[in-house]
Design a protein around this ligand. Structure first.
Ligand SMILES: *Cc1c(COP(=O)(O)O)cnc(C)c1O
Length: 381
């Protein structure tokens, strides 16, 4: 049979119902340890892995199915699941650098990631230079002899800046620099960064991979050699593993990733078009809009666009933005994104005409006509 498509992999890859009495979903192995049949197996348990299990911080059969599936979806060889997106981000970064090294990172990357780079790593003697990142030459200019990591987030998740991944990876490869990307926004359904040469792919699995707003999780993916080192060092030693029940819930979410992303894209497109045409709106930030400054680059790198976007209003400042958000009926006011439910939070944007207030909107899986009617009444009030 030819290679299975994305949604077929979501449904079946890594699953083995015959192992579990025909159950199409694996059981939750909610146990911390695994006993061995005899002392000989006990002494040989490390060399017998992965045929035998030993301890859940090292490996767990439920989590294994999830990791196998995600590695295939992201077109990588291996995946390690962590207890949060930040556990995955910090593990990937710590794996790439050591004392005295230097990092070049995208300035619009996720806030706590920036904080980790800016405030935590200097304690270990690791410095970071932040770049806007639209032009690959910015990475080159910021590179020092001790630069070991380019940290990317494309698109970034507030104003949706993109980086030219093939060009940045080429610069890195020539200099022996590791590349890591936060791919949470695009998901493997729309973008596979390893195809452009990125070494490590990170997701806050809390967002689209889960999709049900009931799990906090993260994953790091890459080739077998890199992931073996990361799994043993940051995985086993820092120990921020994903709990088996959370892995099982995440697996449940991943099975519908393709259909959910299609719907998020379709609805977000309609919401973006509606907002862009509205007289109160100054700017809509979404890489799927032809007005996005990096629209063409987005089309080269991604097969589609997800459901998180931002909108800036022309006037009224913070108060007007908050009034609109408070009038929304279907959009919850809350952080995070990528779940079934629509969300909106107040946000401000630095634009040539000054600081504009608006919202970051996560377009959920509700009927889009309800969402459009809701936005219309809130904006027109
Ligand atoms: C939420 C988020 C993270 C962190 O993930 P947690 O699961 O909350 O720890 C990292 N990157 C991006 C882009 C995010 O939105």
């Amino acid at each position: 049979m030819k290679n299975p498509g994305f949604s077929t992999m979501c449904a079946h890859l890594g699953d083995d119902p015959a192992r579990f009495h025909g159950a199409p979903t694996p059981p939750i192995y909610q146990n911390s340890l695994f006993t061995q049949p005899d002392t000989e197996s006990f002494f040989r348990r490390t060399e017998l892995r992965p045929e035998i299990y030993d301890y859940t911080r090292v490996a767990n059969p439920t989590t294994d199915v999830l990791e196998t599936k995600l590695a295939a979806l992201e077109r990588t060889e291996a995946c390690r699941a962590f207890g949060s997106g930040m556990a995955a981000v910090s593990a990937a970064i710590l794996d790439a650098v050591r004392t005295g090294d230097h990092i070049v990172a995208v300035e619009t990357s996720y806030g706590p990631t920036r904080q980790f780079l800016k405030a935590y790593l200097p304690q270990l003697g690791i410095e970071t230079t932040f770049v806007q990142g639209a032009d690959p030459s910015e990475f080159l200019e910021a590179t020092r002899p001790n630069t070991r990591l380019y940290y990317l987030e494309s698109p970034s998740s507030l104003v949706f800046h993109l980086q030219d991944l093939p060009a940045v990876c080429e610069l890195a490869r020539d200099r022996g620099i590791v590349t890591a990307i936060d791919n949470s926004w695009a998901t493997p359904y729309f973008q596979n960064p390893t195809e452009f040469g990125v070494d490590l792919v990170i997701h806050s699995a809390t967002k689209y991979l889960c999709g049900h707003s009931d799990v906090v999780a993260g994953v790091v993916m890459g080739n077998r050699e890199r992931m073996q080192k990361l799994t043993v060092q940051e995985g086993f030693l820092l120990g921020g593993i994903l709990d088996p029940f959370a892995a099982w819930l995440l697996l449940r979410g991943v099975r519908t990733l393709g259909v959910r992303m299609d719907r998020h894209q379709q609805s977000a497109g309609k919401v973006a078009d509606f907002l862009e045409a509205h007289p109160r709106v100054a700017r809509v930030y979404w890489p799927g809009l032809a007005s996005h400054p990096q629209y063409e680059l987005g089309r080269r790198l991604m097969r589609g666009n997800s459901g998180l976007l931002s909108v800036a209003l022309k006037d009224g400042g913070r108060e007007a933005a908050c009034r609109v958000i408070d009038r929304l009926h279907y959009f919850g006011i809350g952080v995070s994104w990528g779940g079934f439910e629509s969300l909106a939070i107040p946000m401000s944007f630095a634009e040539p005409e000054g600081r504009l207030w608006g919202a970051r909107i996560s377009v959920g899986l509700e009927d889009v006509d309800d969402l459009l009617a809701d936005l219309e009444q809130a904006l027109d009030s």
